[in-house]
Design a protein around this ligand. Structure first.
Ligand SMILES: NC(=O)c1ccc[n+]([C@@H]2O[C@H](COP(=O)([O-])OP(=O)(O)OC[C@H]3O[C@@H](n4cnc5c(N)ncnc54)[C@H](OP(=O)(O)O)[C@@H]3O)[C@@H](O)[C@H]2O)c1
Length: 272
């Protein structure tokens, strides 16, 4: 399904580059199928040198030549960029935006015509095909459009379709989420350093344990509490560690982390 399209990556920054790199790596899209843009010549030079894809500073030209448009600019640039490509977007093209907080209703209002639009929220582990992307369709997006978008993001990890009103929660949990997990990995590794492990050993032990624990949740389908109980021997060392976590308020801290990040995601719409 992806081997035939032409993809315009509008704003090939960190996420745009990750998508180009991961889609090329997956073999599902060839370099000739991409045309990428950025604001500065220096940035598109880096992208064309690294990936051998076509580039231009002209967003409208890129959209004209593509049938799938990936909008990857920052929220504050998204409306002017959408306005600049509006005339090139038709009902035969698919617009997929990864812009945080930019709703499908807002995109449709700016475009003022029935272009199929999809809002997607990927995350940086897409680089290693271990991402997860949540997708919601706008008014003119057909099930086939959502499926096409899902296929794109499935080539860089998992993908699921959600009601758009959940997107702020998704942003907090899975788009910001890797940053929260990195802090947890770093902190646990510091604990390892405190009890005498070399830092690289501590980090590898924690990172692989995090990966393994996540795989157990995803692949057994068991509740995390049940999996935790299987590790926690009566009067053993795990329960002593858990006591420290609970005393430090880790659950409340993590719950509040998500609530605050989701609140901030909602706020970003109003600031634009
Ligand atoms: N980072 C994440 O983990 C993550 C996860 C999910 C969603 N997102 C969303 O993805 C979007 C991109 O984030 P990012 O981290 O990739 O940001 P970024 O690295 O700053 O990339 C944004 C890119 O947009 C380009 N740009 C700015 N104005 C432009 C214009 N008028 N025309 C064409 N290109 C323009 C910039 O070009 P120059 O480089 O030339 O300045 C830059 O390459 C954001 O909306 C963010 O909310 C990010």
């Amino acid at each position: 399904m992806l081997s035939k399209g032409k993809f315009a990556v509008i704003g090939a920054g960190k996420m745009g580059e990750i998508l180009i790199s991961a889609l090329l790596d997956s073999g599902s899209v060839k370099k000739e199928q991409f045309i990428a843009t950025a604001k500065h010549q220096a940035r598109i030079d880096v992208i064309s040198k690294e990936y051998g894809v076509e580039t231009t500073l002209d967003n409208a030209e890129a959209v004209r030549r593509a049938n799938i448009v990936l909008l990857c600019v920052k929220p504050q640039n998204s409306i002017p960029v959408l306005e600049s490509i509006r005339s090139e977007l038709t009902e035969n093209k698919l617009l997929i935006s990864i812009v945080t907080s930019l709703t499908t209703a807002k995109m449709e209002a700016v475009l003022g015509k029935s272009v199929p639009v999809i809002r997607a929220m990927p995350n940086t582990p897409a680089l290693l095909k271990a991402g997860i992307t949540a997708l919601s369709g706008g008014k003119s997006a057909q099930p086939a459009d959502l499926e096409k978008a899902k296929t794109i993001f499935l080539s860089v990890g998992r993908a699921l379709i959600v009601d758009e009103h959940h997107m702020d929660a998704v942003t907090a949990l899975s788009a910001s989420g890797p940053a929260f997990i990195f802090i947890i990995i770093e902190a646990l590794a510091e604990g390892g350093v405190m009890v005498g492990l070399p830092r690289e050993v501590a980090t590898e032990l924690v990172a692989q344990s995090t990966l393994g624990a996540a795989k157990m949740v995803l692949e057994t389908g068991k509740h995390p509490a049940l999996l935790k109980d299987q590790v926690t021997t009566p009067a053993g060392c795990t329960i002593d560690g858990i006591l420290q976590m609970e005393e430090g308020g880790i659950r409340v801290t993590l719950i509040k982390t998500i609530v605050e990040a989701a609140r901030r995601a909602r706020e970003l719409i109003e600031e634009r």
